[in-house]
Write a protein that binds this ligand. Structure first.
Ligand code: MN
Length: 247
């Protein structure tokens, strides 16, 4: 089995190193990741510039001057022959819970894998310390997928509490919760007196109730949410049909 590992924090991140090491024990691993941090890149593609690729001498990781989606797209369609069997993205430095997934480059890299027909997992550590715990669960899930594949029309969004492995209570299947809207834009001045703006931090949790990814993490469990690529609001199809007929 050949696994494509990517991320959005960049090819030098601690998380992608931990992930590639853990998965190398059970499969052939090829790392193709952005040359720098692209957190928050969502599903963007680079269309106006060519993509340059460099293989790093010390570990063989392939750095792409592009987004997470560029990396998976390029790897699957061109760089890796034969194509990989599975895409694993992460380990993200920080949570991808609730509506974080809209902005997440980590989740987008997995989604691109799924879009190209491959099973895919996104793994995030809810913190910045215990990458070994997240790597353990990534390996466990990949091993399980090798012997018991899941239906292909989903990706797994995995969030791991930032705890030593022995303090994690297990795994829970969850739905996405949601946050309050992000906090206000921060306005400052540059040295020439012109305004500059910073996107504010994510909002506090709004729906962190029973069954959500937030609740699982809060209780010390690994959260596993199945995500689908088709975001059609099926429950609104009939109502919208009636609405346009009345126009
Ligand atoms: Mn990130």
């Amino acid at each position: 089995m050949k696994i494509l590992v990517s991320n959005d924090d960049g090819v030098h991140a601690e998380g992608i190193l931990a992930l590639s090491e853990a998965l190398s024990a059970i499969a052939e691993v090829v790392v193709v990741a952005p040359d720098r941090n692209h957190s928050g890149a969502s599903h963007s593609l680079t269309l106006e510039n060519p993509l340059r690729v460099e293989t790093m001498a010390h570990n063989g990781f392939i750095a792409v001057k592009g987004t997470p989606t560029d990396c998976v797209h390029l790897a699957v369609n061109e760089l890796l022959k034969p194509a990989p069997d599975l895409v694993v993205s992460g380990i993200n430095h920080g949570a991808n819970l609730g509506d974080d997934v809209i902005y997440s480059g980590t989740v987008a890299a997995a989604t691109e894998g799924r879009h190209l027909g491959l099973p895919a997992i996104a793994v995030s550590l809810v913190g910045g310390q215990h990458f070994a715990s997240a790597a353990h669960y990534a390996r466990l899930l990949v091993q399980a997928l090798m012997t018991q594949p899941l239906p292909a029309d989903q990706i797994l969004n995995v969030n791991v509490p930032d705890l030593p492995l022995e303090q994690i209570k297990g795994m829970r299947v969850t739905r996405l919760g949601c946050r309050h809207p992000a906090e206000a834009v921060i306005v400052e001045q540059d040295p020439r007196g012109r305004p500059i703006y910073w996107i504010g931090p994510p909002g506090a949790t709004q729906d962190a109730g029973e069954g959500t990814d937030f609740a699982a993490i809060e209780a010390g469990y690994v959260s596993i949410t199945p995500l689908q690529v088709d975001i059609t609001a099926y429950r609104h199809l009939a109502g919208l049909q009636t609405w346009i007929e009345g126009l």
